[in-house]
Ligand binder design. Structure first.
Ligand code: ADP
Length: 588
């Protein structure tokens, strides 16, 4: 690469690559900044949503407190699930043991069971439910001990039907049901046991009996076993919470359950975890009862919010919020991509333009050198010949004539050269004019072949012309066509190498006339064949073989032939020679 080109490349890189790199770096920084800002903005949104969530929770709890004020004093209300047992059971009337003492004495003395049965039966008809309950319980017990199972079950069923009375410390229905289950278990009646066990279980779960913890515990395990369903953990946890009678507001684990309570003026409201979760705002946020915030979560401590819980809040759908940022980022990305692409495209085009310009400059320099060289040869011979003549060094008339001839040839060559250059200039500027007229192509070819043949003959070349004797009419500029032919012939001689023969041939094929000029010279490599008609193009062989030329000859031929609505083509084989053919339309 020449120093000027190198310099140009450096300048070019400086004005394109440096700003492009800078723009890229800026874009990258901007995107990074944007990402940080997006994260910050997302955090801000989450914090706001967290505050809103806390507010809505506070409102929900305030509404609950209001509801609690409507409860009777000292009441405990559990939301969403009954208490498994009451922290303060409602007492049920139970007949004192003294009422049954006569029967019991008989019951436990051998041989007097029948008396006891009769005694209890009498009491079982009492108008007082408490007495009836006590009597049925004892009657059933005695019958069971006597092995009178069916009767015993009947008695327990009677006991089970008594409302508002206790027997053996428990509400009569529960005591009856429990005993019936016990009897089915004893006798291994699985189907009945399951059915009755489920009833017992349903009664316990319903919370309709105000049981103390001890009674509940006495039945809970059996009910779970018989019904085949686990104990109700939530109800039991709520009952435990109620039994501990917390004050104020708070949340704690009871039997593995997270229970929230509100204590309002001696009334207590208990919330199951499900119910508490239902108070939370849903949709926009995700709330957890937790004491430590995870990634993308905001923490709200109980101490700060006045809520009974410490919460962590996350956006339910952070993707939706992030989408807006992503779209903006994408837009920015594409914008930068576009700018960069345009920049690179522009730079590439610029570079190509500069390169072409440089090539042109180079070419022009080559042309000047080539043209000067072309001029030098005839000028040198003119100088020598004219000097010899003017100094009177040539005395012999015959030699004198030869010198004049040489002078004429050199002048003619110079003339041709100047004409060619002028023509080329005209072609380039679009000012070339052709004087079209009807003419005989055979005559034109004949004339050029003759004139060229004489000149080439002096250099030892034989020009074989094959021209039909009848006219070949075409419309054209005889002088321009002659120059084109001359150019082809001149090339044929120039690139003949060791061969000393060229051929010119005119033929007609219907409406087309063909003039071909062939040689057996150097030939043209196939990759150059397409190029030879380009202006300034010079083949590798001509450049390396130092064959003088300007590279405009064939370009001119092409231009002239086109102007005549014809075309010129080449067939060639390196080492075997070339054949250029001009095709022109015949015009009768
Ligand atoms: P130049 O002044 O170089 O002869 P031309 O335009 O006449 O310019 O020809 C262009 C190139 O085509 C030549 O440099 C040469 O490489 C090739 N060329 C033209 N005619 C012939 C030929 N008859 N045989 C071999 N090569 C040729």
């Amino acid at each position: 690469m020449k120093p000027a080109r190198k310099q140009l490349l450096v300048v070019f890189l400086a004005v394109t690559v440096v700003p492009a790199t800078l723009a890229g770096w800026l874009a990258w920084r901007l995107l990074a900044q944007d990402r940080i800002m997006a994260g910050e903005r997302l955090r801000e949104i989450r914090e706001n949503r967290a505050d809103e969530a806390v507010q809505s929770l506070s409102r929900a709890l305030a509404a609950l407190a209001q509801e609690a004020r409507g409860l009777p004093p000292d009441a405990v209300k559990a939301f969403d699930s009954p208490l498994a047992y009451a922290y303060k059971p409602r007492p049920l009337p139970e007949a004192p043991a003294l009422v049954f003492s006569v029967g019991e004495q008989a019951e436990f003395r051998a041989g007097q069971s029948e008396y006891a049965v009769a005694f209890y039966r009498k009491l079982a008809a009492s108008p007082q439910p408490a007495v009836r309950a006590g009597a049925w319980l004892r009657l059933a017990r005695t019958l069971r001990k006597l092995g009178r199972r069916e009767e015993a079950i009947q008695a327990y069923r009677q006991l089970r039907a008594i409302q508002d009375a206790a027997a053996g410390g428990a509400p009569a229905p529960l005591a009856g049901q429990w005993a019936i289950c016990g009897m089915h278990e004893e006798t291994g009646r699985a189907a009945e046991l399951k059915k009755e066990g489920e009833t017992l279980r349903a009664w316990l779960d319903s919370g309709r009996f105000s049981l103390g913890r001890d009674i509940y515990e006495a039945y809970a395990e059996d009910a779970a076993r018989w019904s085949g369903r686990p104990r109700p953990v939530v109800s039991e946890a709520l009952a435990d919470a109620a039994a501990s009678r917390p004050s104020g507001a708070g949340a704690a684990l009871f039997r593995g359950q997270f229970i929230t309570w509100l204590a309002v003026d001696h009334r207590t409201v208990l919330l199951t975890p499900d119910y508490a979760a239902r108070l939370l705002p849903t949709g926009v946020v995700r709330v957890r009862f937790a004491s430590q915030a995870g990634k993308d979560e905001s923490l709200r401590r109980a101490g700060e919010t006045g809520l009974p819980w410490t919460l962590t809040i996350a956006l339910a759908d952070p993707g939706k919020e992030r989408e807006a940022f992503a779209i903006r980022r994408q837009l920015l990305f594409w914008l930068f991509g576009l700018v960069t692409a345009l920049g690179i495209g522009g730079a590439y085009l610029g570079w190509r333009l500069i390169r072409r310009e440089l090539a042109l400059v180079q070419m022009q320099a080559d042309i000047v050198a080539a043209v000067s060289h072309e001029f030098r040869t005839p000028l040198t011979s003119m100088r020598q010949v004219s000097a010899a003549l003017s100094e009177g060094r040539v005395q012999d008339e015959e030699r004198k004539q030869a010198y004049y001839n040489a002078l004429a040839r050199a002048t003619e060559r110079l003339h041709r050269l100047v004409e060619a250059l002028l023509d080329f200039g005209r072609i380039e500027s679009g000012a070339m004019e052709y004087r079209m007229q009807a003419l005989d192509l055979a005559a034109v070819v004949f004339g050029v072949a003759g004139e060229f043949g004489r000149e080439a003959g002096e250099k030892g070349f034989a020009v074989h012309a094959d021209i039909p004797s009848h006219p070949v009419p075409v419309k054209g500029d005889a002088e321009a066509l002659g120059r084109a032919l001359w150019n082809l012939l001149d090339n044929a001689v120039k690139y003949s190498g060791d061969s000393r023969e060229v051929w010119i041939n005119l033929s007609r094929n219907g409406t087309q006339a063909f003039v071909s000029v062939a040689d057996r010279g150097l030939g043209i490599p196939s990759d150059e064949q397409r190029e030879v008609f380009r202006k300034f193009f010079r083949g590798a062989a001509s450049r390396q073989g130092r064959i003088h030329g300007t590279g405009i000859g064939l370009a001119m031929v092409d231009h002239i032939v086109r102007a005549h609505r014809g075309r010129v083509s080449v067939e060639s084989k390196p080492g075997a020679g070339s054949k250029f053919t001009i095709q022109l339309p015949v015009e009768e």
